[in-house]
Design a protein around this ligand. Structure first.
Ligand code: FES
Ligand code: FES
Length: 155
């Protein structure tokens, strides 16, 4: 099937199998390996991207379901001159990553969280990110990073 998907602002037309997952489309067809795949049970969130601005686990969506939509991956966050997105900066500043495997999905989910709730409490951040698993950090610094980004957005 033919799909037209705007990936990080660039429209692409590709021929895909109807059963191809969006996560595999992004990695294998679009060549964007920042979207990680960490499980086969829809539970880790490493594959989180934005579809029309909403956080979605891209392993739970077919590429054909993204036809005609805008998809943003972690590669699409920095501006053209390489300036990181404020959420990426906050993760860096608060040391909110160790191995980094969960980080692209965590950053995408965190941006989605603030879009829905610009001033979340610590508890709301923990609940908002509970679909994203991190084996390394114990989540504490991730929560701090999201708080920092929220404060920066309001400043
Ligand atoms: S790879 Fe999508 S939730 Fe784990
Ligand atoms: S930093 Fe290693 S899984 Fe989160």
């Amino acid at each position: 099937m033919k799909v037209e998907i705007a990936v990080n602002g660039v429209k692409r037309t590709d021929e895909v199998e109807p059963r191809l997952l969006l996560a595999h489309y992004l990695r294998e067809v679009a060549g964007l390996k920042g979207t990680n795949i960490g499980c086969d049970t829809s539970s880790c969130g490493a594959c989180t991207v934005h579809v029309d601005g909403e956080s979605v686990k891209s392993c739970t969506v077919l590429a054909v379901q993204a036809d005609g939509r805008q998809v943003t991956t972690v590669e699409g966050l920095a501006s053209e001159d390489g300036t990181m997105h404020p959420m990426q900066r906050a993760f860096q500043q608060e040391h909110a990553l160790q191995c980094g495997f969960c980080t692209p999905g965590m950053v995408m989910a965190s941006i989605g969280l603030l879009a829905e709730n610009p001033d979340p409490t610590e508890q709301e951040i923990r609940e908002g990110l509970e679909g994203n698993l991190c084996r390394c950090t114990g989540y504490h610094n991730i929560v701090r990073a999201v708080r920092l980004a929220a404060e920066g957005n309001r400043a």
